[in-house]
Design a protein around this ligand. Structure first.
Ligand code: PLP
Ligand code: SF4
Length: 427
């Protein structure tokens, strides 16, 4: 293969396909970049400045996909630092997703009622320039300590509502198979944990990591679900396809999370092609993320409307299972909020007016005599926390709801009223 000729120091054919070799030979300085991309002296100097703040690491495999002469190459833009990373945008935040704030113990985020995010390492095989956890990734002083992981697992044990544990990082697949197995085994031993999920970019940036040995280990702990992170059609190669096939053949349902990135994939045609490559490789497009407000990535951000435009071009135009959900991860820990084009145009008591992807406007006639099947004799929801301790709009709409409005904390009208009443009371 052509790309291998780049490596004068490869002595054995097997090295390239050895993931530990890929890790050991990561490109970490601007001088080493020469053989992969044509850089001017000025560029090199400015890249070095960015590296001083946010470290660089690129696997030889991923670097070999760079188009040397194209300064807008989507592979290059995802892995080679850019001095724009040093610009502080007005919306930038250190922890936009409030992952540390919603953390009951180091490395664990418990935001949603029935699932948690467990960061098992801060190390990645490649440091993506658009990474939302940029401030942590590659920071050796913030390695996930054994004792932290044990504490996090104790927390999960003590919370029977948690039925889905998402292992992420960093990239869990940079851990040795043995180390990873220790963690997965402990989580699997918890009776109320139904699903273990792993988020990994290795099928994209170091597909050599998906070995038979790893897959054999994972299979023992089913149901295991994996989400990977392809952002551009050019990331599909023979090697990445082989890695995905191994995982799919092991019965692991595969999903993909794409980040919407300016100049890389902010185009409906690119996202559609990506979606088709994913489903051809048995990967279901899961989320399309609006770029977060993390520091150092403002130059990658698009307006939210770009995501809506892309969804407009996907929904109805291609297979439902090739369409991801477009989400904005709300700053401050609000979690993922789906954003869609509008399909419901209007409604009356008897009809709902909808439009389809072609612009056809139609009505759906509501049933004439619909009464909810909810009754006092039904037991399906009895004892569910959704009824006795509802969340969000459920407070208003669940069958037992007594509340008629939800009012944000610190509402000015309420405050004004309270001050006025207090004055009356004091007199
Ligand atoms: C994304 C995320 C999850 C998983 O959310 P799903 O919508 O179930 O994929 C869980 N916890 C945190 C903190 C997350 O950011
Ligand atoms: S693999 Fe994920 S965590 Fe690691 S640098 Fe890339 S986006 Fe960040």
């Amino acid at each position: 293969m052509k790309q291998k000729l780049l490596f004068a120091n490869i002595t054995e054919e097997s090295n390239w396909s050895d993931w530990r070799w890929q890790l050991r030979n990561r490109i970490m300085s601007s001088d080493e970049l020469d053989q992969y991309a044509n850089l001017s002296v000025y560029e090199k100097a400015s890249i070095q400045k960015a590296i001083d703040v946010f470290p660089m690491a690129i696997t030889p495999y991923y670097a070999s996909l760079i188009n040397k002469d194209d300064s807008t190459c989507p592979i290059r833009m995802q892995c080679i630092p850019n001095p724009k990373e040093l610009i502080k945008g007005s919306g930038d935040m250190d922890d936009p997703l409030h992952e540390d704030g919603d953390s009951p113990c180091p490395g664990l985020t418990h935001r949603y009622p029935d699932r948690v995010l467990l960061l098992v390492t801060n190390e990645c095989s490649m440091y993506c320039r658009h990474c939302t956890r940029k401030r942590k990734v590659g920071d050796n002083e913030k390695v996930s300590k054994d004792s932290d992981i044990i504490k996090a697992i104790e927390y999960i044990k003590a919370h029977p509502d948690i039925r889905d544990v998402l292992l992420s990082g960093g990239d869990p697949f940079v851990l040795s198979t043995n180390r990873l197995e220790q963690i997965i085994r402990r989580v699997r031993e918890i009776p109320h944990v139904q699903v273990i999920r792993i988020g990994t970019r290795t099928p994209v940036v170091m597909p050599q990591r998906i070995t038979d040995h790893l897959v054999k280990m994972l299979k023992k702990y089913h149901p295991i679900w994996i989400n990977t992170h392809f952002n551009h059609p050019r990331e599909f190669t023979e090697e990445s396809a082989r890695a995905l096939a191994k995982l799919a053949d092991a019965g692991i349902p595969l999903g993909n999370q794409t980040v919407l990135l300016k100049g890389i994939n902010d185009c409906a045609f690119i996202i559609k092609k990506l979606a088709h490559l994913l489903v051809s490789n048995r990967v279901r497009p899961y989320y399309l993320y609006q770029c977060d407000l993390s520091r150092g990535i403002e130059h990658f951000r698009t307006p939210v409307s770009k995501g809506v435009e892309i969804m407009e071009a996907l929904i109805g135009h291609t297979s439902g299972f090739a369409v991801p959900t477009f989400v904005v991860d709300a700053p401050g820990g609000g979690g993922k909020i789906p954003v869609l084009p509008n399909y419901q145009l209007s409604s009356t008591s008897t009809k709902t007016v909808l439009r389809n992807y072609e612009g056809v406007i139609c009505i759906y006639e509501e049933p004439a005599n619909y009464n909810s099947s909810c009754s006092s004799t039904c037991n399906v929801c009895k004892g569910s926390s959704a009824l006795h301790d509802p969340i969000g709009l459920q407070k208003l709409i669940n069958p037992n709801a007594k509340m008629v409005s939800l009012i944000p904390e610190g509402n000015r009208r309420k405050k004004r009223l309270k001050i006025y009443k207090d004055i009356l009371h004091d007199n």
